[in-house]
Design a binder for this molecule. Structure first.
Ligand code: HEM
Length: 208
């Protein structure tokens, strides 16, 4: 059954507010001394995790559309992708402000001591490239190449997971959960598996 246009607009606004809320919540926690002894690092880590969540959510929208045929999922794909980019940019800003302390001379030794920073930067550059080309004009200009370019999302996810793994090396439990979700989403993109999603929808519909 087609959804009324006003419902879809509300859905988009709702998603926008939901993506904004964690930032307000972390800001409120910091303002009220609830963010521990290192609020800058607290913000850096939370925003980094937020960016990863948003990336995973963005990648889940295509399989969800195939499974449910609901237009609402594809309607928020660009918005969530841009939110992932915005969070990743804020994560970098936190790093520059609170870890590097704007001390650019230290950047060289930081990169040597924490090589995962280069991996993070590559992921951010990828997100920027996808963000810049996420508009209709680029879609038209790039034609078929647009789809190929936007498949880079999976390479970006791989880089982010590597970046995260490097950070948490000792305690891998949390990382494994993210990696498993990422692997599942990648599997759902494999053509023979992806083709089964609409069939699965039909089967669920008939058995209901
Ligand atoms: C732009 C370049 C980037 C820099 C300089 C950077 C820097 C950092 C740093 C310093 C940490 C914390 C390490 C520690 O525990 O001391 C970190 C953790 C993390 N970063 Fe990045 N990062 C970058 C890009 C990204 C991107 C693009 C994403 C996701 C889209 C991301 C997601 C994460 C995650 C999930 C963590 C772990 C958070 C946790 O342990 O809870 N980072 N990053």
């Amino acid at each position: 059954m087609p959804m009324p246009a006003c419902f879809l607009s509300l859905w988009r606004v709702g998603v926008f507010i939901a993506a904004l809320m964690p930032l307000i919540w972390w800001g409120w926690q910091i303002a009220n001394n609830m963010a521990g002894p290192e609020p800058g690092r607290y913000l850096l880590l939370n925003i980094g995790q937020g960016a990863l969540w948003l990336l995973l959510l963005t990648l889940s929208l295509t399989p969800l559309t195939k499974l449910t045929r609901w237009k609402g999922f594809s309607l928020i794909r660009r918005q969530l992708g841009l939110w992932a980019l915005a969070y990743a940019a804020m994560h970098l800003l936190c790093y520059v402000l609170f870890i590097l302390g704007l001390n650019w001379a230290q950047l060289g030794s930081e990169i040597v001591n924490r090589p995962y920073i280069i991996v993070g930067m590559l992921a951010l550059l990828g997100l920027i490239a996808l963000g810049i080309t996420s508009n209709r004009w680029s879609m038209r200009k790039l034609g078929k190449r647009w789809k190929t370019l936007h498949k880079a999302n999976y390479a970006i996810l791989g880089l982010v997971l590597l970046h995260f793994l490097w950070v948490v090396r000792a305690d891998m439990q949390e990382w494994l959960i993210y990696a498993a979700i990422g692997a599942l989403l990648m599997c759902l993109r494999i053509p023979p598996i992806s083709r089964t999603l609409p069939k699965l929808r039909q089967r669920i519909k008939h058995s209901a």
